[in-house]
Design a protein around this ligand. Structure first.
Ligand code: NAD
Ligand code: ZN
Ligand code: ZN
Length: 399
């Protein structure tokens, strides 16, 4: 049996790379499962969602292995797996989903009803069903035939891995945000947040045919990447409101579609407020700037329990939003985790056929497993890199 190592949660702001158990063909409740595969992890990225855990804003049990953005090589196959073989390079959608429940059958894998006894949502590396994460050398993936996306060619996949590694989460997530907001040919779009998800939403909006893509943030290094990729920016450290800055770009203070790529750890903007947390800020901005009958995609995460919330309401995920103003506009709003399996095949093809290229806007940096705890800290401090962990050195020399 092989050994295994992974990024282990020891408490808020405290991660270690430890020896961990090599995966067994068992679910988190100890039941034997035969629909799973074990993968050797080729790449696994650090996500803004992992940051909520790192900062103590989303609890997981001490000892849990983190990481849900996983790409791997199949090394062992359960006896009920029919369509995968050892050596396949596969993208793992971050949603754990059974393929058998009512929601999965409709493609709504973000709300699988069977993989988490507590709530209809499962993911690796969270407290969402107990599934261990993939920031490790080896990882168990259940319901493998249903869940995994196989890349057509191993060498091509390894060569394009810095883009393909985004297919397990943030690129389909950003795409889902834009798609759900109704972005189509000629749309104007405001994306709140120039983090990795916002930058993926921006490239996705372009892929969907948007005319003008505008991204807002208070982090100037991240906005620089957006400008480098040829898109417009809103600087939230300025006193001018989002609507006023949009008017300077478009001539009108409104857009056709909006995406919240920030979530509940949002800050306010202008003056000193951009330094202070305000979980209502992004939703209210979107209610303000998205035109009547427009759409809003909200991939930014909001949770019903936030131990670090700024007041009692925030601790229970209760926001103060301009609901009346938003309601009158007949807006369409999409919340929730992104159903990665709905989009990952198309996005893989767009990457393989060079319809989309993510390097300029993502600024990826390949790191070792041992460098992961420091990268968590750098990401939390606002780094404009997307950290891609390469646990076996399989990407070394290619980039
Ligand atoms: N729904 C899903 O399936 C899904 C998947 C992946 C990530 N997420 C979530 O998406 C969000 C973004 O992820 P990320 O990796 O880009 O995180 P991130 O924390 O790196 O990026 C968030 C960015 O928002 C900026 N910001 C703060 N307040 C703002 C405001 N009022 N307006 C505009 N920008 C503001 C921050 O400066 C930061 O750059 C997180 O909440 C993450 O958990 C959701
Ligand atoms: Zn993620
Ligand atoms: Zn299901």
């Amino acid at each position: 049996m092989s050994s295994n190592r992974g990024v282990v949660y020891k408490g808020a702001w405290n991660l270690e790379v430890n020896d961990i158990a090599y995966p067994k063909f068992q679910d988190p409740r100890g039941k034997d499962i035969h629909h799973a595969v074990i993968i050797k992890v080729v790449s696994t990225n650090i996500c803004g969602s992992d940051q909520h855990i790192f900062r103590g804003r989303f609890t997981v049990p001490v000892g849990h292995v983190l990481g849900h953005e996983i790409t791997g090589e199949v090394v062992e196959i359960g006896k009920d797996v029919e369509f995968l073989k050892v050596g396949d390079i596969v993208s793992v959608p971050f949603n754990v989903s059974c393929g058998r429940c009512r929601n999965c059958k409709k493609g709504n894998t973000d709300v699988c009803e069977t993989v988490n006894p507590e709530a209809p949502v499962g993911a690796y590396g969270f407290d969402l069903g107990g599934w261990l994460g993939g920031q490790s050398e080896y990882c168990l993936i259940p319901y493998a035939d249903f869940q995994l996306l196989k890349f057509p060619d191993r060498e091509q996949a390894l060569d394009k891995m810095l883009d393909l590694t985004l297919v397990s989460d943030i690129l389909p997530t950003g795409y889902h945000g834009a798609f759900a907001a109704g972005v189509t040919t000629g749309s104007t779009v405001y994306i709140a947040g120039a983090g990795p998800v916002g930058r993926c939403a921006a490239e996705s909006a372009k892929l969907l045919g948007a005319s003008c893509v505008i991204v807002g943030d208070m982090n100037k290094d991240r906005l620089e990447l957006v400008k480098k990729a040829g898109m417009e920016t809103v600087d939230l450290t300025l006193d001018a409101s989002v609507a006023e800055q949009i008017e300077q770009i478009l001539g009108v203070p409104e857009v056709d579609a909006g995406v919240d790529a920030v979530g509940y750890e949002a800050h306010g903007h202008g003056d000193e407020d951009y330094k202070k947390e305000n979980p209502n800020a992004v939703i209210n901005d979107l209610f303000d700037v998205v035109r009547a009958s427009g759409g809003i995609g909200i991939p930014g995460i909001y949770t019903p329990v936030d131990p670090g919330g700024r007041d009692e309401n925030a601790k229970q995920g209760k926001l103060t939003v301009d609901w009346g103003k938003g309601w009158l506009k007949s807006l369409r709003i999409q919340t929730g985790m992104a159903p990665i399996g709905k989009y990952n095949y198309q996005i893989m093809q767009a990457i393989l056929w060079d319809r989309i290229s993510m390097k300029t806007i993502m600024n990826p940096e390949v790191i070792t497993l041992d460098e992961a705890p420091q990268a968590y800290q750098d990401f939390s401090d606002g780094s404009n890199k997307k950290f891609v962990i390469d646990p076996h050195g399989m990407l070394k020399g290619r980039y």
